[in-house]
Design a protein around this ligand. Structure first.
Ligand code: SAH
Length: 209
């Protein structure tokens, strides 16, 4: 049963590897990851891996999705932005943790598939999907308490920092082909406070169209 596999994923891939935020663990236990995968990969939904979702892109490994959510330190009630919708999975997990979720994807075909997956999983109303260049953020809906980026940049995109609320948090993989770090950037009155957390590997964040 996929629901049992989901419980095992939460225990073995998340809790035992150090994810501690109970709201994040509960959110990961609720979102059906299989609904965000192509039919032939649904059996592998709870594998400890990123998986291909078409157009050369991947759904993030469950641990990475959970770690990003934990680092955003959400308490409920926030407005958040997810850059790089991909399958829509991370946006769905964020919808369990925050009040208003915006997500932006540059590849229209992926965005359409994510829209269908989000609706099928019951998140259609809670997630607002945008198609466009996420390095520019979604200025018309800013400011955000938290921004998650699912693709790696050479540096944290300045427009995203500018769209954070005071004390808002941006989690973004930063680096090039020889290595990336997951960075947490907090907006403070003195400017960005940057914390490098773990090494990671994400697809590139592609600016422009
Ligand atoms: N969060 C996703 C992970 C998708 S992989 C999930 O849970 O499935 C990263 C995604 O970022 C890809 O779909 C890629 O097309 C998208 N992407 C890359 N550069 C982008 C940009 N500038 N703006 C928006 N999306 C971008």
């Amino acid at each position: 049963m996929l629901a049992d596999e989901r419980e095992r994923m939460v225990e073995w891939q998340l809790r035992r590897r150090g994810i501690e935020d109970e709201r994040v663990l509960a959110a990961m236990a609720r979102v059906p990851r299989e609904l965000f995968l192509p039919p032939e990969l649904q059996e592998a939904a709870y594998a400890d891996a990123a998986l291909p979702i078409g157009d050369g892109q991947t759904i993030s490994q469950p641990y990475m999705a959970a770690l990003i959510c934990e680092q955003l330190a959400l308490h409920g009630g926030e407005r958040v932005l997810d850059v790089g919708t991909g399958s829509g999975y991370q946006a769905a997990v964020l919808a369990e943790l925050a009040d208003e979720v915006h997500t932006i994807e540059r590849i229209p075909e992926l965005a359409e598939r994510a829209r269908a997956s989000l609706a099928a999983a019951g998140y259609g109303e809670r997630v607002q999907l945008h198609v466009g260049d996420g390095t520019l953020g979604v200025p018309e809906s800013a400011p955000f308490a938290a921004i998650a980026v699912a693709a790696a940049a050479l540096e944290a995109p300045p427009a995203l920092y500018d769209q954070l609320e005071p004390r808002g948090r941006l989690v973004v993989p930063v680096g090039g082909p020889d290595g990336q770090w997951l960075e947490v950037v907090v907006r403070t009155p003195e400017g960005p406070a940057i914390l490098r957390t773990v090494p990671c590997r994400f697809v590139p964040l592609v600016a422009g169209r």
